[in-house]
Design a protein around this ligand. Structure first.
Ligand code: AMP
Length: 208
């Protein structure tokens, strides 16, 4: 199964991608995670990413497309994948569509006030990436899964979040129509709790 997850930052794509990956044994490909992993290495691409993401901007299309192409050549993608955070612009979607047939694009629909709260309150484990929300952390500073330090992503600070949501509206939202035209769009009410959204996703995927 080849799955694309569409939706604004904070819509819950990453959490659902992990659950889908476990249940259907498909690799979870997050372009944001790939870029963040470069920050630990001394690489030119890591520096480019830091510069753009700090401002809430998207990395240029050609760089992202190349990274995804390389990742899709890996053996674990032979039976499909879950694409989380790509494509994010029409040129990315067009380049992707030329090479790969997508089975479903799941669109996570969430109210803006909920997105703001989820993102500005989000803390992330610096080691395993597990997400936390400040309202339920009760002052803990270490990950309860792996013991890593909990940190706030630079781009989850309030000013940057506003910018990321604006970028979503202008550059990424048009992908909803793009995938509707391709005929693979499925809309999800992602204001609902994680388990409820996941049940709906399982229904959709089991019907493909
Ligand atoms: P995410 O973790 O998906 O919110 O991505 C974090 C940041 O990585 C974004 O704000 C962009 O700067 C960059 N990024 C991730 N995926 C893409 C993409 N498909 N196109 C352009 N930039 C991306």
């Amino acid at each position: 199964m080849r799955i694309v997850l569409l939706g604004a930052p904070g819509a819950g794509k990453g959490s659902q991608a992990k659950k889908i990956s476990e249940k259907y044994n498909l690799p979870h490909i997050s372009t944001g995670d790939i870029f963040r992993s470069l920050l630990h290495q001394d690489s030119e691409l890591g520096r480019v990413f830091a510069e753009y993401s700090k401002k809430g901007l998207l990395v240029p299309d050609d760089l992202v497309i190349k990274i995804v192409e390389d990742r899709l050549n890996a053996d674990d993608c032979k039976n499909g994948f879950i694409m989380d955070g790509f494509p994010r612009t029409i040129p990315q979607a067009e380049a992707f569509e030329k090479d790969v047939h997508i089975d479903v694009a799941l669109n996570f629909d969430v109210d803006k006030s909920i997105l703001m709260d989820r993102l500005t309150g989000r803390w992330t484990c610096s080691k395993c990436g597990a997400p936390y929300h400040v309202s339920t952390m009760n002052g803990i500073t270490k990950c309860t899964i792996c013991g890593g330090d909990l940190v706030q992503r630079d781009d989850d600070k309030a000013e940057t979040v506003e910018k990321r949501l604006a970028v979503y509206e202008t550059q990424t939202k048009p992908l909803i129509d793009f995938y509707k035209k391709v005929g693979v769009l499925q809309n999800l009410d992602a204001n609902k709790p994680i388990e409820e959204v996941f049940e709906k996703i399982v229904q959709i995927l089991d019907n493909l």
